[in-house]
Design a protein around this ligand. Structure first.
Ligand code: ADQ
Length: 470
């Protein structure tokens, strides 16, 4: 593995992070503890070392907590009202932008009330940042909920170096321009010094939209707008590889893996899906492909089982309720047809699991199915490879996940093509041990080259460069 990077920030200036959510959750005794999740794991130690600040929402409506510190990290809550949660978060962010950015086409339901709330919350974030960011500091804003913040903040505080990272895809200009407020969004992002994307296509789509909507010229990754230069860079996010490997190597995990396989009836092949229950993740298609393979006798319920873990998410949004109902209907239908007493063929958990349980499941999975229609990166694919310290296991991966650019030793598949998906699953199940090990070695080499700490360092170094070239 490459030299581990120090927890310190690569910058000589204070950093302020802004994300929709603060990186902490309330504990039962009314204190705070860092939340789980890769982004927090990547950035929290760095802020702790360099004494940084994080601005975000606590997750509770109307929560206007005073600024506080956890482990030396200053946290500045931004209040979001119950109405705004419905309009800004569930509405504009998750019911308008999310499907549009994942090319999940459906009838457009763009609402001015939702847009107004999105604008108001973005403005509140920008004002909070303007009030607290030290002179000449670096501000790093995250994701699609906050795309207007850079533009508003630039007006308020021209001294700051401003970066933005989009965790989800940026759509092709033909789709993006459906959005009534497309120009405002591009203007917002052009307030940055550096805008980061997961894949080269995201950066290219953004540059094309800036050109079409605002006549912004560009040379390579540099966009020119109103006398300023904005860089559009590519920074594929990763995971804390060392942490997953250490968890996977623990004795408790090894014992847990044996227990899981025994409880599943010691099948020959355990197929695994782990996703937030989101309609972009292709869970239904995967289940249908599995059912068709059982139907056709290409898989055998006595030898092949599937475990699908789906994390509850965005449960107030109707499209998510529909998706859950459809997946649970499919699981019931498949089990009804193909299971025998005490041995279901699909094991389905609608639960958020502790990270060590998830790592044990990854290790227990012989074939991992990651089949989103569209995904910024997909960290599950990387976690699976990191957990397979035994050097075995096959990853079936959608071409439409950002991870497909790097994880070329996976069995890559177009999940929109039923037959291709079924064939990819059979190829993974029947793959010879020698090929499995060769491919897994390739996947593991790749992820060990770029972990999440490296990702954060690369972004911040480029941001400092972009800020200097103003
Ligand atoms: P997500 O859409 O949430 O992230 P993903 O990258 O797969 O998708 O991350 C999910 C995370 O949740 C993983 O770290 C996984 O371990 C965890 N998780 C999943 N199911 C779980 C369960 N049942 N219990 C506990 N934890 C579970 C968005 C984008 C992605 C992008 C990331 C990071 O949509 O494309 O990779 O941000 O930029």
């Amino acid at each position: 593995m490459d030299e581990p990077l120090p927890a310190q920030s690569p910058l000589d200036r204070p950093i302020v992070i802004a994300a929709n959510r603060l990186p902490v959750m309330r504990t039962e005794d009314h204190g705070w503890t860092p939340s789980p999740g890769g982004l927090v794991r990547a950035l929290y130690p760095m802020l702790r070392e360099s004494g940084g600040t994080w601005v975000g929402w606590t997750g509770d409506p109307d929560d206007a907590a005073e600024p506080f510190s956890v482990d030396g990290v200053d946290l500045h809550p931004v209040a979001v009202t119950a109405d705004e949660i419905e309009l800004y978060y569930e509405g504009f962010s998750n019911d308008a932008l999310w499907p549009l950015y994942h090319d999940a086409l459906r009838e457009s339901t763009y609402s001015i009330e939702q847009w107004d709330a999105y604008h108001a919350v973005n403005e509140r974030f920008a004002i909070t940042l303007a009030n607290i960011a030290p002179e000449n500091s670096v501000v790093w804003i995250h994701d699609y909920q906050l795309q207007l913040v850079p533009g508003i903040l630039r007006e308020l505080r021209p001294d700051l170096t401003i970066g933005f990272f989009l965790h989800i895809p940026f759509p092709p200009v033909e789709l993006f321009t459906r959005l009534p407020w497309r120009t405002e969004i591009i203007q917002g992002l052009l307030g940055c010094d550096l805008v980061g994307f997961q894949r080269p296509t995201g950066a290219a789509n953004f540059i094309a939209a800036a050109h079409q909507l605002l006549d912004a010229e560009h040379v390579d990754d540099r966009v020119f707008h109103r006398g300023r230069e904005i860089r559009a860079g590519v920074f594929p996010i990763s995971i804390d590889v060392a942490e997953v490997e250490a968890m996977a190597a623990g004795r408790a995990t090894r014992q847990h893996v044996s227990r899981i396989r025994a409880r599943l009836g010691d099948p020959e092949v355990v197929m695994l899906g782990v996703d937030r229950l989101d309609y972009t993740k292709g869970i239904g298609l995967r289940l249908k492909a599995f059912a068709q393979l059982l139907e056709d006798g290409r898989l055998d319920p006595a030898r092949h089982v599937m475990v699908q873990v789906a994390t509850p998410t965005r449960e107030a949004v109707e499209a998510y309720q529909d998706e859950r109902a459809e997946i649970e209907r499919l699981v019931g239908e498949i089990n009804g047809r193909f299971s025998s007493i005490g041995l279901p063929v699909v094991h389905y958990l609608y639960q958020t699991l502790p990270y060590d349980d998830l790592v044990a499941l990854y290790r227990a999975g012989d074939v991992m199915l990651v089949t989103p229609f569209r995904d910024g990166m997909n960290l599950v694919a990387k976690e699976y490879a990191a957990a397979h310290i035994d050097g075995d296991g096959v990853l079936v991966l959608s071409e439409f996940a950002g991870a497909a650019d790097e994880l070329t030793d996976a069995v890559l598949v177009n999940p929109h093509d039923d037959r291709a998906l079924q064939d990819a699953i059979v190829e993974a199940v029947e793959m010879h041990r020698h090929e499995r090990r060769e491919r897994m070695a390739g996947l593991r080499d790749q992820i060990r080259k770029s972990d999440v700490q490296g990702w954060a360092h690369r972004f911040l170094e480029s941001l400092a460069d972009a800020g200097r070239s103003e």
